[in-house]
Write a protein that binds this ligand. Structure first.
Ligand SMILES: [Zn+2]
Length: 472
């Protein structure tokens, strides 16, 4: 093998809700020393991976895609804490039984239930203009009469911090940060209200976190810091953020009235666990997962209907084919991911004494576009083994190393459990993410089927290997 150097790329994980930035190493197999018998063993899975993938690509994948489409059309958006989400969970449970897999359990989760009410913004100076807004999950409402204040536009937290408090006090802070990457720029959505409140602002409007806009609004979670006044916070479009910045540069006084109503309470929801019990080590788990909840806008087809469905399908399909690996393949349909990995945190809490039983944990929550490989969290030795496994799937064999792949699973990977998220051609993911545009039209049938085929076959091989995946 040609000598390659490991390139440390300044990459940022496209995690859905995590704002933490992580460095991704482009990995190569220099320094990977695997025993020849392990390499031979991995290569011996060629036929069975072909069997699984051919089955999905030629027949059962189409059926899965039809179920997926029906599910999205029937339930649409599946907001954390909503009755609709619980109905969607029931639907998945019933469907699992109808596909002949009866090992389905649920675990209760206290799910945030933030419900959007009416939201409007109107610029009255320097000219009259309706400004489209979309509140961020967990934002407080405005008083019923709204908040009317002068708006100031900043491009960064640094710019805000340099201003004296008097010039921010009582104002609406408009954040117009250029889109660098989701992982970097999402900080303005998740922490903008807190940073602005610390300077005395009364509300914030944040440019939607997207590289591309057709006057599209993108919502998402935000988190108030301790000991700060909670101020209303909402997305505006890229176009309006640019407009407001130009008006400010031209010396105009900008006055905006924002009205937002919403309610918040906690409801019961459930993580759903679908198990294909392993034939010789059933207590050991290879987890495949995606989240079943979504934001209230769009239909959660891409985020994360696709990832949830291909994960659900892995144990269901293997069971149908009569393929029982050594370890248990567990699909987890996480609940309440969008308000901040709430379902995953509950799972970790409940199972924290059994983390040694998790051999490998996978998640697809960054799109189910054309699959390319895996983004792996673990030691170099973890990556060496996974890279060898992916040689079975060439050209879907790219491996990147990351400190925190996925979204929900990051919580468990941080505990020292190795895992991976689906790498796919998701360059357009954030065009649609958390917006009304996240519908079935984003999805491509062949890509979703290819992702499902790769996902099921990879999980089978890992669950059946004679060795556990090396840990950190
Ligand atoms: Zn997601």
């Amino acid at each position: 093998m040609e000598l390659l150097v490991t390139l440390v790329l300044l990459g940022l994980l496209l995690s859905n809700n995590c704002s933490a930035s992580v460095v991704i190493n482009r990995y190569n197999d220099e320094g990977c020393v695997l025993k020849p018998e392990l390499i031979r063993e991995i290569q011996s899975y060629k036929d069975v991976t072909k069997l699984i993938m051919d089955n999905i690509k030629n027949t059962t994948g189409k059926e899965m895609y039809e179920e997926y489409t029906r599910f999205i059309d029937k339930f649409g958006a599946r907001l954390s804490g909503s009755d609709n989400l619980e109905h969607a969970i029931d639907h998945m449970i019933n469907m699992t039984h109808s596909y002949g897999l009866n090992d389905v359990t649920t675990e209760e989760v206290d799910a945030p239930h933030w419900v959007r009410g009416e939201e409007t913004a109107f610029m009255s100076s320097p000219r009259k203009k309706h400004i489209a807004i979309l509140g961020f999950g967990s934002s407080v409402p405005t008083p019923p009469e709204g908040i009317t204040a002068e708006a100031i536009v900043v491009k960064s937290f640094t710019e805000l911090e340099k201003m004296n408090d008097e010039s921010v006090k009582g104002k609406i802070v408009v954040f117009n940060p250029p889109y660098v990457s989701y992982g970097v720029t999402v900080a303005y959505r998740s922490q903008g209200a807190t940073k602005a409140a610390m300077k005395g602002a009364v509300a914030t409007l944040v440019r939607s976190i997207t590289p591309y806009s057709l006057y599209t609004l993108h919502t998402g979670a935000q988190f108030y810091g301790d000991n700060v006044i909670k101020i209303p916070t909402a997305a505006i479009t890229v176009e309006d953020a640019h407009l407001l910045e130009r008006l400010q540069k031209e010396g105009e006084k900008i006055v905006i009235t924002i009205k937002m109503s919403n309610t918040f309470d906690i409801k019961k929801s459930r993580n759903t666990l679908v198990d294909l019990k392993g034939k010789s080590e059933p207590n050991k788990l290879v987890i495949v997962s995606g989240h079943i909840d979504s934001w209230d806008v769009g239909e959660g087809a891409m985020d994360d209907g696709g990832g949830m469905f291909i994960s659900w399908f892995a144990p269901v399909l293997l069971n149908r084919l009569g393929l029982k690996p050594k370890r248990t393949v567990r699909a987890i349909l996480w609940t309440a991911e969008e308000p901040g990995l709430v379902g995953a945190a509950a799972y970790l809490d409940k199972h924290k004494h059994e983390l040694n039983d998790i051999d490998f944990i996978m998640e697809s929550d960054e799109g189910t576009f054309s699959p390319e490989g895996l983004i792996v969290g673990g030691s170099n030795q973890t990556v060496c083994v996974i890279q060898e496994v992916l040689k079975l799937f060439s050209p879907v064999d790219k491996v990147e190393k990351s400190d925190g792949p996925g979204s929900d699973i990051v919580l468990i990977i941080k505990q020292g459990v190795p895992g991976a998220s689906l790498m796919n051609k998701n360059e357009r993911y954030f065009y649609f993410h958390h917006s009304e545009a996240d519908t079935m039209d984003v999805q491509n049938k062949e890509d979703v089927i290819d992702s499902a085929a790769f996902w099921a076959a990879v999980s089978y091989v890992i669950a059946d290997l004679s060795i556990d995946i090396p840990r950190f």
